[in-house]
Ligand binder design. Structure first.
Ligand code: HEM
Length: 168
């Protein structure tokens, strides 16, 4: 959920004027639909930006649109060395105690529009994992299988595993 969050992030509308990194963002500015471009920004800048605010000019037929994106990014926030030491390392102990600072671990978003399916999704995967480890030992068939992002992160070959039922 931290290293490869299923949702990369989302768009927001500014409810007040504010300044971010020298950009003046007026109240009411919001999204353009160029999500793929945002994904691209997300990956290109993954170590430096945790919010992407970019002005874009693009042309459709004879119209030129100027568009501001306010995009919060789970992926780049989760990979920030400022919030997670050795960000590429899988280390569940970083969630012990108080865990990460508020709004730094955001696979389900945050604030009033946070994912309402959060607890259901966590429970479902917990039940699945419980039955898997209680009944089987398992091995990945492709140890270094890559994850492709298109736009959701999925194992490139479908994560084949071999199951060995526990005896008795
Ligand atoms: C691992 C599983 C899931 C992940 C990682 C996930 C992630 C997210 C994220 C990041 C958002 C945007 C939150 C924001 O803008 O702050 C969202 C919104 C939403 N999710 Fe999920 N979700 C998951 C499972 C589910 C499930 C199981 C349901 C329903 C049963 C669900 C229903 C929704 C709905 C309805 C919204 C829109 C909420 C709104 O805009 O007010 N999600 N989810």
């Amino acid at each position: 959920m931290r290293l490869a969050p299923p949702l990369q992030g989302g768009f927001r509308e500014a409810i007040n004027d504010f300044i971010f990194n020298g950009f003046f963002i007026p109240k009411g500015w919001k999204v353009c639909i160029y999500e793929q471009l945002a994904y691209w920004f997300n990956y290109q800048n993954s170590t430096t930006l945790n919010t992407i605010i970019s002005s874009l000019v693009f042309r459709t037929l004879n119209w030129i649109y100027i568009c501001v994106q306010l995009y919060w990014s789970a992926n780049s926030t989760h990979k920030s060395g400022q919030y997670f030491s050795e960000p590429e390392k899988f280390d569940p102990s970083r969630f012990e105690g108080g865990g990460p600072a508020p709004y730094t671990f955001v696979p389900f978003g945050g604030g009033p529009r946070m994912c309402p399916g959060k607890e259901y999704a966590r429970l479902e995967i917990l039940v699945f994992m419980h039955h898997l480890v209680k009944r089987f030992r398992f091995e990945k068939l492709i140890p270094d299988e890559k994850i492709v992002v298109d736009p959701m992160p999925i194992p490139a070959k479908g994560l084949p595993v071999r199951l060995f039922p526990h005896k008795g």
